[in-house]
Ligand binder design. Structure first.
Ligand SMILES: [Fe+2]
Ligand SMILES: [Fe+2]
Length: 224
C-alpha cells in the first residue's frame, strides 16, 4: 500500500514539477506567456489523469478475470479439504467471491463500460499451484495445510490489487467506486485472517496427533 501511495504521490509531484519547470523556463523566454504555461500544465495533468484512468481500467479487467476464475477454483479446494473449519471458511468466501464478481461488474457500469475480463497470469499461476499442491499431498491435515497456504497467497494478491484499485479510484476522484472497492478489500482481509485462524487450529491438531503418537511410543516402551 505504501508503494502505491508513493507512486500516486510521484505522479502528482511529477505533474507539479513539470509545470514548475516549464513555468520557469518560459518565464525567462516569454514573460507574457503565463496563460500558455497554465494551459500546458493543465494538459499535462489531464494526460496523467487519463493514463491513470487507463491503468485503473486494465487492473479492473485483471481482477474481474481473477474473481471469475476463483468461483471455479474454490469449489475444487472445498472438495479436497477435510477440516470442517476450512470447508466452512472456503464456502463462506466462495459466496463473497461471487459478490466480488458482481461488484466488479457494478464498477464497470459506473464507469459507463461493459464488463470485460483480461486473463490474469498471476492468478492463473496461483490456481495452478493450488491444484498441484492438492494433487501431490496426502489427504488430511497436510493437504489442508497446503490448501490454506495456496488460498492465503490468493488472498494476498487480491488484497494488493484492491488496495491499489481503491487508491487509484480515490486519486481519480471516483469516490463511490473507491467505497465499493474498499468493501471488497475488507472482505479479502477478513478471509485471510480466518484462514490464519484455521491454519493455527490445523497445526494444533497435527501437534496433538504428534503428542499422542509420542505418548503411545513411551507407553509401549514401558510395557516391554
Ligand atoms: Fe475476491
Ligand atoms: Fe478472496
Amino acid at each position: 500500500m505504501l508503494t502505491i501511495d508513493a507512486f500516486v504521490c510521484f505522479i502528482k509531484s511529477h505533474s507539479l514539477m513539470k509545470s514548475t519547470t516549464s513555468k520557469s523556463k518560459s518565464t525567462s523566454k516569454k514573460p507574457s506567456s503565463k496563460a500558455a504555461n497554465g494551459s500546458a500544465s493543465k494538459n499535462q495533468s489531464q494526460d496523467d489523469h487519463s493514463k491513470l484512468h487507463k491503468l485503473f481500467e486494465e487492473e479492473l479487467k485483471d481482477i474481474y478475470w481473477a474473481e471469475k476464475a476463483l468461483t471455479k477454483a474454490i469449489p475444487k479446494m472445498v472438495k479436497k479439504a477435510t477440516s470442517d473449519e476450512l470447508i466452512e471458511a472456503l464456502e463462506d468466501h466462495l459466496e463473497e467471491t461471487e459478490g466480488h464478481v458482481q461488484r466488479c461488474e457494478q464498477v464497470f457500469e459506473m464507469l459507463g463500460k461493459s464488463a470485460q475480463a483480461k486473463k490474469c497470469e498471476a492468478m492463473d499461476g496461483l490456481i495452478t499451484e493450488a491444484e498441484d499442491i492438492m494433487e501431490e499431498s496426502d489427504e488430511g491435515v497436510m493437504r489442508d495445510a497446503g490448501i490454506i497456504s495456496a488460498a492465503q497467497k490468493v488472498e494476498h494478491y487480491e488484497i494488493a490489487t484492491y488496495g491499489t484499485l481503491r487508491t487509484f479510484a480515490k486519486t481519480l476522484g471516483l469516490n463511490d467506486i473507491a467505497d465499493l472497492l474498499e468493501e471488497t478489500l475488507i472482505e479479502e482481509k477478513n478471509a485471510d485472517e480466518t484462514l490464519t485462524e484455521v491454519a493455527e487450529s490445523v497445526i494444533n491438531i497435527k501437534a496433538a496427533h504428534a503428542d499422542e503418537e509420542e505418548h503411545e511410543e513411551v507407553e509401549e516402551e514401558k510395557a516391554e
